[in-house]
Design a protein around this ligand. Structure first.
Ligand code: NAI
Length: 292
């Protein structure tokens, strides 16, 4: 059974930084890679703040927190990942970009290493074709934010081996997560069901059924969800939601998954959600301030 002494995470955005934190707290040496030095800088600050919050709440000892931060190394050089036992990719949700990365990684990392993708919706089977180790390619889909959310969806591609599946499941459990296993169809379990709801909320806003506040309050209080669907879309990232809907639409071939024109327009306008300070809502002055 793989020990995962060295874990590499690629993409230091909201997901990758959280996954790197989990791996460091669980005792692995961690490389966090991003092509953008600013993203690495931001991740270092956000991981440190997040670890501190866990320590303040008594959910982590100060000693474990300090050691976890010491185990994290930041880089923009793929060669630094060559000794990784597993690489977890959390870059932009684009099949072409992820495939290019997997092809490069396949040449750099050791033969026994697992290549995992945190993709929200893209076929693991197709990502695996970019490598010469399809039996060691797997989907490891964390929820946002990774240090807090309890679930990891594991997706086996057509050629993923039992050994890779068992090792990846063991690692997710070491991170304190509950695992569900999905077959490799667009959107897997969670986004197959969540994204049509978010898309429908955009349609309700687009066609004037109600205000964004009432749509969110209706779903929060009416169906007992912690966040309304529009608020959640801002949290996930409207660009990420749009990419997932496009994958569902093309992968499952049903018009019901076609992205709402209002979602497309927001993304075109650069209104990507919380990470940009504006999405359905504006986060610049007041979290609930209207932006329409
Ligand atoms: P993000 O936009 O916050 O971060 C992506 C990071 O990847 C950026 O820092 C960017 O500089 C970096 N990057 C892009 N291309 C790269 C490359 N070729 N090499 C190195 N670094 C590269 O995105 P986020 O939200 O963290 O999503 C990342 C992945 O996780 C996507 O596949 C997304 O679908 C998936 N995901 C997102 C969730 C969410 O709620 N946002 C939830 C679960 C999965």
């Amino acid at each position: 059974m793989a020990e995962f002494k060295v874990v590499a995470v690629i993409g230091a955005g909201q997901m990758g930084s959280g996954i790197a934190q989990l791996a460091a707290v669980a005792g692995s040496d961690v490389w966090l890679l991003d092509k953008d030095a600013g993203a690495l800088h931001g991740a270092k600050g956000s991981i440190s703040n997040s670890v501190q919050r866990f320590v303040n709440k008594g959910q982590l000892s100060k000693e474990v927190g300090i050691k976890a931060l010491e185990r994290l190394k930041y880089t923009s050089n793929l060669e630094d990942l060559r000794y990784a036992d597993i690489v977890i990719e959390a870059i932009v949700e684009s099949e072409d970009v992820k495939k290019k990365l997997f092809a490069e990684l396949d040449k750099i990392v050791k033969g026994s290493a697992i290549l995992a993708s945190n993709t929200s919706s893209i076929s693991i089977t197709r990502l695996a074709t970019a490598t010469k180790r399809p039996q060691q390619v797997i989907g490891m889909h964390f929820m946002n934010p990774p240090p807090i959310m309890k679930l990891v969806e594991i997706i086996r591609g057509a050629d993923t081996s039992d050994e890779t599946f068992t090792a990846t499941k063991t690692l997710a459990e070491r991170f304190g997560k509950t695992v569900v296993c999905s077959r490799d169809y667009a959107g897997f379990i969670v986004n197959r069901i969540l994204m049509p709801m978010i898309n429908e909320a955009f349609h309700a806003l687009y066609t004037g059924v109600a205000t964004k506040e009432d749509i969110d309050a209706g779903m929060k209080l009416g169906t007992n969800q912690p966040m309304g669907p529009l608020e959640l879309a801002d949290f996930i990232g409207l660009d990420v939601c749009l990419s997932i809907l496009k994958v569902l639409h093309s992968g499952l071939g049903d018009v019901k998954y076609a992205p709402c024109p209002l979602l497309v327009q927001y993304v075109d306008a650069g209104r990507l959600g919380r990470k940009r300070g504006i999405g359905v809502y504006s986060y610049v002055k007041s979290p609930k301030q209207s932006s329409r």
